[in-house]
Design a protein around this ligand. Sequence first.
Ligand code: PMP
Length: 354
Amino acid sequence: LATDLVTDRKIVQPRKAVLEMPEYHPPLAGRDALRLDFNENTFAPSPRVVEKLQALTAEGLTKYPEREPVERVVATHFGLKTEEVLLTNGVDEAIHLMCVAFLEADDEALIATPTFFMYDVSIKMMTPHLRKVQADATMEFPFERFMSAITDKTKLIIVASPNNPTGATVSKEHLLAIAAAAPHAVLMVDEAYYHFHGESILEDLSTVPNVIVARTFSKAYGLASLRVGLLAGNAALLKSLRKVSSPYNVNGVALACLPVAVADEEYLSWYTEQVRIGRQRMMDGLRELGVPFFPSHANFVLMNIGPKHAALVGAMRRQGVLLRDRSTDPGCDGFVRITIGIEEHVTRGLDALK
Ligand code: PMP
């Protein structure tokens, strides 16, 4: 019956940008193995978050979630004012809100590739004028060429530091230079992997009015399933973002857990240290195995496997370890990414690789 209806009626077409966009189904099925494929926390969130979850009652489920009190707590934690932050449904939504709030159809947006694919998706929903500056074979951020790609029409620039999937960073000096070269644009610095690197532009926000920082609770905090991200920056820019966000974009369970998660700094530094030590072990191990890789400042390492990339991913799966083939990313033919987690999981990843 459904098929008849579809063929009999003329189906309404979406906007051209939507029609042209490929559907994305994250390869999450059959992941009953060690998941070193999605840059997740491989262990668990803070035990205090687990306690908080267990203490939640069903009563709260009937109420609309109240975001603002939690934004107050989070803003204070980051040394910011409440009007300088916005909680989002993951950084995924934050990227979308940035595009909706700032991009007109004839504006240009600028990103460096390879990078997180959601920038491309959200930008193209608003404007076809997306400029991409490709990294060279080193996979370092192509600063000089990126600066040259800024035009009078550039309105939104997105830079991830550390970047996914390369693990490369952009120095604070370079970020400030980009912001200064494009005062007519907003620069979004995606610091999803900040904790594994340690350098942030957050403390400079008061001096650069056109920079917005994004942070996630999906990685170091281990709360990917709760879907929480944070945007921070100039209060006037944040006001625009608040206008385009749904007032209930972050769910009540996430909001209940967030103050507990940010307060447990001991857990955060423990997990971050696990990743830093594990990343060094992984890079040393890869060097011993003669596997070329790109030095990483995040919770993953990008390896250059070459023509046998798919065979390696398949063989690792049979050993019970999932990796992410990044071969289809621009300039990444033969590249495979491995997540770094707690010591035990790094050991299992390395043993399987050997
Ligand atoms: N930014 C980058 C650079 C990422 O790699 C990811 C997740 N893979 C995200 C943002 C999305 O984070 P969230 O879970 O907060 O939506």
